[in-house]
Design a protein around this ligand. Structure first.
Ligand code: CP
Length: 308
């Protein structure tokens, strides 16, 4: 039997069995809640706090929907209108909120390692879920990407996955590599300008290139990433038109990939910079499937952590 999670801050040390268990549970919950049209009582009496110190559309909304569809109460902590704005320390905020009784904290923070810090300081019995920390990890995005790929191409060992864009600053790329590596993906290619690629020593299992035309050649999955300007110095910003010319995914480039190549993007999209409209809205785009799967994967994670 797969051991239940206590917290989820990274996928780095999760086994293939644990990841497959979460993906299977996501599908089971999707069916049990009839794609969101039926509410479950799995987490009745439980309280989930969304504590987002960085903006989010997809992750925050889907954690809220996931918790509600499982019957939990949800509190969306509004940082802008909280006492954080008056200088309250993170741990004082944490202990204040815990005193009101919580079962899980879903946290997003610009500083890598914040979720693990919260694990160290949280009251026993409170689970911490990482909704994205700095450039380090976005574990539920890694899971939802793996689920989306599995629905179309369960033969992970035969797959070539190309991840293109600002990988250096990307927590999504890191969690994708952890998930896809554990699931046995045959080849993972990293592509982007040298300044936006991570150190090769961090990813000995990936192939690196600055040439997108060769990176997309024969790929079964293309995961496009945006330029994360919020994590770059002004001098690091590439010229957007030149970037699109070299690294933007358009139909002409997609034709070099394997037939039926899945086009993915974690969002938010910057159209005309890393992806053309014709591809983002095209027949091979799986972007909205990723969004839909995000709710089911987050239901699986919350249920695994909190169900009695
Ligand atoms: N993929 C993702 O994390 O999107 P949001 O920033 O909108 O949550």
């Amino acid at each position: 039997m797969t051991p239940r999670l206590r917290h989820l801050t990274t996928l780095e040390h999760l086994s293939r069995e644990s990841i497959e268990h979460l993906l299977d549970r996501a599908i089971a919950l999707r069916d049990a809640c009839a794609h969101g049209t039926r509410k479950l009582d799995t987490l009745a009496g439980r309280t989930v706090l969304n504590l987002f110190f960085e903006p989010s559309t997809r992750t925050r909304t889907s954690f809220e929907l996931a918790a509600r569809r499982l019957g939990a109460d949800v509190v969306n902590f509004d940082i802008g209108f909280s006492s954080s704005a008056k200088g309250e320390a993170l741990y004082d905020t944490l202990h204040t909120l815990e005193a009101m009784h919580l079962d899980a904290i879903v946290v997003r923070h610009k500083v890598s390692g914040t979720p693990d810090e919260l694990v160290r300081h949280a009251m026993s019995g409170v689970s911490v879920v990482n909704a994205g920390d700095g450039n380090r990890a976005h574990p539920t995005q890694g899971l939802l990407d793996a689920l989306t790929i599995r629905q179309h191409r369960p033969d992970f060992e035969n797959l070539t996955v190309t991840i293109c864009g600002d990988i250096r600053h990307s927590r999504v790329a890191r969690s994708d590599v952890h998930a896809l590596g554990a699931l046995g993906v045959g080849e993972i290619r990293f592509c982007g300008p040298a300044a936006l690629l991570p150190e090769a020593s961090e990813f000995p299992q990936c192939r690196f290139t600055e040439d997108f035309d060769s990176a997309i050649e024969g790929a079964d999955v293309a995961i496009m990433l945006r330029l994360q300007k919020e994590r770059m110095a002004a001098t690091e910003l590439p010229d957007e038109a030149a970037y699109f010319k070299r690294y933007g995914l358009n139909n002409q480039r997609l034709a070099r990939a394997a037939k039926g190549c899945l086009v993915m993007h974690p969002g938010p999209l910057n159209r005309g910079i890393e992806i053309a409209d014709e591809v983002a809205d095209g027949a091979q785009s799986r972007i909205l499937e990723q969004v839909a799967n995000g709710v089911f994967v987050r239901m699986a994670v919350l249920a695994d952590l909190l169900a009695r």
